[in-house]
Design a protein around this ligand. Structure first.
Ligand code: NI
Length: 152
């Protein structure tokens, strides 16, 4: 981390106590790191909402499904081949006799990442799943205006 700035924050005593209790329960050593995480979370959320169609994002889709469900495995396989450009890696774990867990790491335009995630999550036999989306780390700290000017 470079160029740290310090700033003061005023807050009601009760709010601060509740916040301290929360972050100590979460394992934060101090308020600063907890506040930085909240700031980064807010920035990522806002940028993903601002530019829902463009810009590269990173994602992980985690899902649990019954591999006996009719033709689910075939459909899952076909979808992953259709979108192979966006799939970085797939982790498959056989978690019981019937169920599998899969973690699919995605990278690409947010529109494609969301389309693929929705297509997989809506397959019959998928019991539970969720997409996590974030930005490349440099985009969280740099100014918004600069995010499209980087060469890859
Ligand atoms: Ni399996």
């Amino acid at each position: 981390m470079s160029d740290l700035s310090r700033f003061g924050v005023s807050a009601e005593e009760e709010l601060l106590q509740n916040f301290d209790r929360l972050i100590s329960g979460q394992g934060y050593a101090n308020r600063s790191e907890a506040l930085r995480d909240l700031m980064r979370e807010a920035i990522v959320k806002s940028r993903l909402e601002d530019a829902p169609e463009t810009g590269e994002v990173l994602g992980s889709l985690t899902l649990v499904y019954d591999h006996h469900a009719s033709d689910l495995a075939d459909k899952m396989n076909a979808l992953q081949h259709d979108y192979f450009h966006f799939i970085v890696s797939v982790l498959h774990v056989h978690i019981s006799h019937d169920d599998c867990m899969e973690v699919i790491v995605l990278r690409g335009e947010i529109k494609q990442v969301r389309t693929l995630a929705d297509a997989i999550l809506s397959l019959k036999g998928v019991k539970h799943g969720k997409l996590f989306v974030t930005l490349p780390a440099r985009e969280i700290v740099e100014r918004h205006e600069h995010r499209h000017s980087h060469k890859h």
